[in-house]
Write a protein that binds this ligand. Structure first.
Ligand code: ASP
Length: 443
């Protein structure tokens, strides 16, 4: 068995749905379980409709039009889609009357996106001679906690998912399951969501729980690339990365998979393959526990713009324990998470990425240190074998000095797979290009 996951842009319209259906058909003999996101921007439309309902207006015309037009174009009559659209309107009317929207209701509301898309795909596959059956995630065992909008799946899913899907895996049930990503139900039967981009997690959870041969996440790019192709024209596909490397890549700006989604597959080493829906035969990139051959010194280079660097220098606490504890407590208090950090005995530099006002945090930090806040900074990350850091850093610094870029902070990640530099936003693309050339050559 394999799991195939298609994101919102892959199922954005009738043409894309036809294409995805043809890909599913190609893999039919591998017993695929298919996980889908909501069509196109439906999740965003639903969230906008919720905000509008709070002002007393009910309008889901864009969601309605997209789904009705698509059904028409695909030539499928779907009562189940119409029923859901009616239910959605009732819900929004309720919100508009109460002018109140709890996180629980918000999850119920956004769940319609994924529920609509699986109905559409299953109807189209069936109409074209591919037996398929749609499932809302809770009907294949997705149970979560009640942390609405970013729920965690409960451990029992390792048993409940196979309880529902093993007949299909064994070939007893011939209908390809088309399953909603992103959503689950809590123990009280309320719909929850797994956080934005949560469909990847749904797919990896099914793959790991079913011990699938692989989980395929289908994108519109040639797998995981050595750099962002918008910056580096000759970026190429990385054939193999580890879960750790993929998590760092995602965290530091590459559009791969949500770092959290790797977790279920780490448990039993289920491989996750990133495939290009425009190039079906291309193997793409596979994410595995360990490199199969020799690990390359550098896997990829990413950059993430718009960070804020905070430099703290303590005069008062020289040599005293607890300086960092005080500092971190202030970030906890203001609920701002820290990304990259570099410290010495009495000073610490760290980066954050937030739109929140920083006056309160600054005032609190100034009780312990002098505080300098600098905006417009980029984190350039080299995903690499940190055991070879001297060699990697040697070429990095050569490149940086040639480019006359002054590194403002440097940090070697504890996960042993990344080295990060902080530079000005204006310099980031030049740095990424130059590093890419140094590590991967011209072509
Ligand atoms: N539809 C959800 C979102 O847009 C979940 C997903 O696509 O993974 O965040």
């Amino acid at each position: 068995m394999i799991v195939m996951k298609f994101g919102g842009s892959s199922v954005a319209n009738a043409e894309r749905i036809r294409h995805v259906a043809s890909i599913i058909k190609t893999y039919a003999d591998k017993r695929p379980a298919v996980v889908l996101s909501a069509m196109g921007d439906t999740t965003d439309y639903l969230l906008e409709a919720a905000d509008l309902a709070l002002t007393g207006k009910v309008d889901i015309s864009n969601v309605e039009k997209l789904h009705r037009d698509t059904a028409k174009d695909l030539g499928v009559a779907i009562d189940s889609v119409n029923e859901l659209l009616d239910e959605l309107k009732f819900l929004l009317t309720g919100i508009s009357m109460l002018k109140e929207l709890t996180k629980r209701t918000r999850d119920y509301l956004v769940s319609f996106g994924e529920r609509l898309s699986v109905r559409m795909m299953a109807a189209y596959l069936n109409a074209n001679g591919v037996p398929a059956k749609f499932y809302d995630a809770w009907d294949v065992g997705f149970v979560s906690d009640s942390n609405f909008m970013s729920a965690e799946l409960l451990d029992e899913v390792w048993k409940t998912i196979p309880a529902h899907l093993s007949d299909y895996a064994k070939g007893k049930d011939k209908n390809i399951p088309i399953i909603t990503g992103f959503i689950a139900k809590d123990k009280n039967g309320y719909i929850t969501t797994l956080g934005r981009g949560g469909s990847d997690l749904s797919a990896t959870m099914i793959g790991a729980a079913m011990n699938a041969d692989e989980v395929q996440t289908w994108k519109d790019v040639e797998g995981i690339l050595t750099a962002d192709p918008r910056t580096v024209k000759n970026a190429r596909t990385v054939a193999e990365v580890t879960y750790d490397e993929a998590a760092e890549l995602a965290y530091f700006g590459a559009q791969v998979l949500h770092p959290r989604s790797m977790n279920p597959c780490r448990v039993n080493g289920t491989p996750v393959r990133v495939k290009n829906s425009y190039n079906i035969d291309f193997p793409g990139s596979v994410i595995v526990a360990k490199h199969s051959g020799e690990r390359p010194p550098v896997t990829a280079i990413t950059s993430k713009k718009n960070n804020i660097v905070i430099d703290l220098v303590s005069t008062r606490m020289i040599g005293l324990p607890g300086f960092l504890a005080h500092v971190f407590n202030q970030f906890l208090k203001w609920e701002i998470s820290i990304d990259v950090i570099a410290t010495s005995e009495v000073s610490v530099s760290l980066t954050i990425n937030t739109d929140k006002p920083l006056d309160g945090l600054k005032a609190d930090l100034e009780r312990y240190a002098s505080v300098d806040i600098k905006r417009g900074k980029s984190i350039v990350t080299i995903i690499c074998d940190v055991a070879r850091s001297s060699e990697i850093l040697q070429s990095a610094f050569k490149v940086l000095s040639e480019e006359k870029v002054n590194v403002q902070m440097i940090s070697q990640g504890a996960s042993k797979v990344n080295i990060s530099f902080i530079v000005d936003d204006a310099e980031a693309n030049t740095v990424v290009k130059a590093l890419h050339k140094a590590y991967f050559g011209e072509n």
